[in-house]
Design a binder for this molecule. Structure first.
Ligand code: NAP
Length: 305
């Protein structure tokens, strides 16, 4: 594949930035990948792994001369990072981010972007429960969606170039507006995570009653909840603080559905339960047919590459 950006700067060097670095280098999508993380420990790890061409002590230094700057820090930290790098951005450069919430990032980052620099927010719908520089891998984005939320009036050439990079990393790209993104993600990711956190919390309370049985017999559905609930606490705190309205809306709907199912169980309404579970099973089939998961017993989550 050919070079899409001569110089890319990754700010934050965790799971997502690390995976981008691996994928960009494997596919030859950039001439040079510069990186910065706030802690000396992560910068040292990045040097040891060798997934970036240069590691910088400050974000300001890392973005100098970069054609693409990727903000890959928790959503709550994006605004401060943008303020720091703004005076050092190359005219004509593109700034993107990988945050799981889009409107809050646009509000926090947008005002710092100088005239002549393009801002094209994005979000790869790919991840694992692991974090930090050692957790990244080159195939994370393969056949996953990468959603771009360019603001109105965004430069089409800048958007297309970023699209080419994402596709180069193996992703499928779609564009939508930020509020729509945040609502969709509240349904497919944010609320399910909250439910997993809650279920594991319930089991944690129960464990004190039933000793170790919750852990011992966790082979069934519960184990998948624990995997999701092991996700990074900082990242998920920020997601709920910044996608508040959409998450509360979906949680409200969830609670209503739960009450209906609770009533069906209480009333012994087997037909209702059967019909409901038949509909949900069809959704699962649709996800597999769309290539977004496998029907393998381990859900295809063994890491590749
Ligand atoms: P991660 O592995 O925890 O890495 C986060 C990076 O951000 C680290 O390099 C960390 O630096 C840095 N950082 C943390 N707090 C910071 C702060 N206050 N100021 C400056 N830098 C800070 O996280 P990740 O999973 O790559 O997530 C990065 C972004 O991608 C988040 O916005 C998240 O919403 C989004 N995202 C995550 C997933 C997922 O499943 N994980 C999926 C899609 C999108 P140190 O290592 O030096 O602390």
């Amino acid at each position: 594949m050919s070079v899409v950006y001569e110089r890319v700067a990754l700010i934050g060097l965790g799971l997502i930035a690390g995976s981008m670095a691996h994928a960009i280098r494997r596919r030859g999508l950039a001439g040079h990948v510069a990186g910065h993380a706030r802690s000396a420990e992560t910068r040292r790890a990045a040097g040891e792994i060798g997934f970036v061409d240069s590691v910088h002590a400050t974000a300001a230094e890392a973005v100098k001369g970069a054609d693409l700057v990727v903000l890959a820090v928790p959503v709550g930290a994006m605004g401060a990072v943008a303020a720091e790098i703004a005076p050092h951005l190359k005219p004509g450069a593109t700034v993107t981010d990988v945050g799981s919430v889009k409107q809050a990032v646009i509000d926090a980052v947008g005002p710092h972007i100088p005239p002549g620099v393009h801002f094209v927010p994005g979000h790869p719908l790919a991840g694992t429960e692991h974090s930090g520089p050692y957790s990244g891998f080159a195939t994370l984005f393969e056949n996953r969606w990468w959603l771009l939320t360019p603001p109105e009036g965004a430069d089409p050439a800048a958007v297309n170039r970023l699209r080419t990079l994402c596709e180069g990393m193996g992703a499928n790209v779609d564009a939508m507006d930020a509020p729509h993104h945040d609502l969709v993600l509240a349904v497919v990711s944010h609320t399910p995570h909250l439910i997993a956190y809650t279920m594991v919390g319930v089991a944690d309370h129960l464990r004190r009653v039933s000793q170790s049985e919750v852990i011992k017999y966790s082979a069934s559905g519960f184990r998948d909840f624990t995997r999701i609930a092991a996700s990074d606490p900082t990242m998920w705190r920020d997601v709920f603080l910044t996608n508040k309205e959409a998450t509360l809306d979906i949680l409200g709907r969830f609670t209503e559905e739960l009450f209906v199912l609770q009533r069906a169980i209480r009333m012994g309404d087997g037909q209702h339960l059967f019909d409901y579970f038949t509909r949900t099973r069809a959704i699962r089939r649709g996800i597999i047919e769309a290539g977004q998961d496998t029907d393998a017993p381990d859900f295809g989550r063994v890491r590749k590459g």
